[in-house]
Each structure stands twice: as C-alpha cells, then as structure tokens.
Design a protein around this ligand. Sequence first.
Ligand SMILES: C[S@@+](CC[C@H](N)C(=O)[O-])C[C@H]1O[C@@H](n2cnc3c(N)ncnc32)[C@H](O)[C@@H]1O
Length: 210
Amino acid sequence: MADRKPEYLVLPRRLSRMREVLERRQKDLLLFMDRVRNEHNFSALLRTAEAVGIHRVLYGLDEETERPPVNEAVTLGAHRWLVLERVADPAAKLRKLREEGFQVVVTWLGAGTRDFREVDYTRPTVIVVGNEVEGVSPELLPLATHRVMIPMVGMVRSLNVSVATAVILYEAFRQREARGLYEHPQLSPAEIEAFLRKWAYEDIIAERRR
Ligand SMILES: C[S@@+](CC[C@H](N)C(=O)[O-])C[C@H]1O[C@@H](n2cnc3c(N)ncnc32)[C@H](O)[C@@H]1O
C-alpha cells in the first residue's frame, strides 16, 4: 500500500512558516520558572521564550491544584507553540538535567553572582527564574552551575521577572545566532513531522470540537 500523505488543515504558506519555526527550535535551551505566579508575568515569559526559539518551558508551582496562570491575551497564542512541562520536584529535575549535560544558570540577587553576559549560552542551558517576591527557591541554589545577575545601578533592587528573563534570553539568542545554532535543525525530522501534525491538524480539530 502506498504511504499516505500527511493531512494538514492549514494553507501551504502557513505550513512552511510552521516548518521554518520548528527548524529553528533550540532543543537545548530551556527556561525553568520557579513559582512565577502572576498571570501577566507567566504569560509574558512564555511569549518571549517562544520568540527566541525555545521549545520547552518547565515550571513549578507550590500547590498541586494550582493551574498554570496563562492569560491568552498576553501570550497571544505563544503557549500553544511551546511544550509546557510542569515539574513536581524542581531540584530532582535540575539534577537530572545536569546529568544530561545541561548547565544550570540560576538568576540570583544575593552574593556570589556573576554578570549574566559572562556565561556561554551556546552550551546546553537551563535558565532558572524565580518568584516575584521570594526569587528562586534557596534549595535550588546548590544545583547552579552559574548564579547570574543583570547589573543595576538604580535605587530599585530588582527587575520585573519577565523583563529580566527577556534580557537574558536575548543574550542567549544573540550568542546562539552568532554561533549559527539557528541554521541547522535541532529537532529530528520525525519530531518536526510530529509537531507539524499536531499544530496543523490535531490542534485544529480539537479547537473545532470545543
Ligand atoms: C522581583 S525578583 C525577586 C526578588 C527577590 N526579593 C530576590 O531577592 O530574588 C523576581 C525574579 O526576577 C529575576 N530578576 C529580577 N531582577 C534581576 C536581576 N537584576 N538579575 C537577574 N534576575 C533578576 C529573578 O529571576 C528573580 O528571581
């Protein structure tokens, strides 16, 4: 029997755009949001992550029953193009990522930090950002390969978390672009086809059924 061609429900131009996006996804650049609770922040972070080609965003919340605070008016759909992974045990997850070869870059406003621009973000990297009031959980600190801070010379003691994350992600983007990491797909052909099937067929069917 001849192979059946995949079925898509989008126009060819939209399909090409989806393929181009998937071909630039940075599989080895992750964002971990540690108890980011504000809906606007959580959603703005997803939007920026998607814009720089992040494929997978991890997040932890205190309560098991707490829903991820996604506001579609802020994400403008970015959450639909990302793999969003809820993490029950952040320390175990970061430990595992380190074992897999990821460096863990923790944003930290206390002592022992380095300027965020000194880090090489072309290496497999997970960037950890923290809660609006408490920052990153102290128990995650020992897992940091680097503790980083964006320099500030004003009276305020911190930046808004979505602003700080955008600054760091765009430095990672700049370095990775210069190194040519967006020029060759990191997702395998099979992964790209699976996501095209999801985006251009399954999600559309699911949306119509809603
Ligand atoms: C409002 S801050 C938390 C402030 C908290 N009192 C602390 O000491 O961490 C929320 C998050 O934004 C990020 N952030 C804010 N300002 C930053 C800076 N100057 N450098 C790096 N990250 C920053 C960090 O991820 C931080 O956990």
